[in-house]
Every structure is written in structure tokens, then in C-alpha cells.
Unconditional design. Structure first.
Length: 133
């Protein structure tokens, strides 16, 4: 189920507002779990097909903006193609995996709390399938 609190809802609104600029449109942010968030999901449409340089900058920027101290690593992107990368990290002391995907139609970012890379990548591919259908 989706998780709401004033803090999470404000964070979602601020993230959406900061993303709905430039090459991104229709950003949506949501938190899911039971009580505390288990997943943070960000999805948006891309206005133009991203170039190789755009993809490189996207992944470097995502990791840096979310506090990753290591580079993201490529993983299988799934049936819609594009590029997906993941990195293990920590948010406020909670272990998490950040996976981000970019293709010609959308970008999807999932923070999976207390998940390793493989299950987080599987979760992200499920979100991509839901978003792109």
C-alpha cells in the first residue's frame, strides 16, 4: 500500500516540482510499504529520446543527488530496452538499493529499502512494466 505522512507528501511534491523541467515531464513520486516506506518510486516521461551522453549524465546525476558514494552498475533493463543501473547505498542509516532506468519513453527510479541489488532490480523492472503499459 501507498504510505502517506506530511513529511513524505511534502518530499514528493518538492521532488515532482524539481523534476518537471527540461527533458522531463509528468513526474510522479510515491512511497509504498507497511508503516515505514519500503519503496520510494519516481516515474516521469521524457520529452525527447535521450542520447548516450544524456544517459551517462542521468545516471551520474541520480547517484550524486541521492547521496551514493560509489558509481552505479549496469543491470538488465528488461523488455522495454533502455538502460538500467543500480547501486547499494544507505538513506538515514537504512540500507537500500537505488535502481534507475532510462529509455526513450520514461525514466524510473526506485529506492528499495533493505533490499539487495538483484531483488531491487526485479522490483524496478516490475515498476517499469506497470508504467510503460
Amino acid at each position: 500500500p501507498q504510505v502517506h505522512s506530511s513529511t513524505l507528501d511534502n518530499a514528493a511534491r518538492n521532488t515532482q516540482a524539481s523534476l518537471d523541467r527540461g527533458p522531463i515531464t509528468n513526474a510522479q513520486v510515491a512511497y509504498f510499504g507497511r508503516g515505514a516506506p519500503a519503496l520510494a518510486v519516481i516515474v516521469a516521461n521524457v520529452k525527447t529520446r535521450p542520447s548516450a551522453s544524456d544517459r551517462e549524465q542521468f545516471f551520474a546525476g541520480i547517484a550524486k543527488n541521492l547521496g551514493a558514494t560509489t558509481t552505479m552498475n549496469p543491470v538488465a533493463s528488461g523488455p522495454f530496452g533502455g538502460t538500467m543501473e543500480c547501486v547499494a547505498m544507505s538513506f538515514a542509516g537504512t540500507p537500500a538499493t537505488l535502481c534507475a532506468s532510462l529509455d526513450s519513453a520514461a525514466f524510473v527510479t526506485v529506492v528499495a529499502y533493505n533490499q539487495k541489488v538483484v531483488p531491487a532490480a526485479t522490483t524496478t523492472r516490475s515498476v517499469i512494466t506497470a508504467v510503460e503499459h
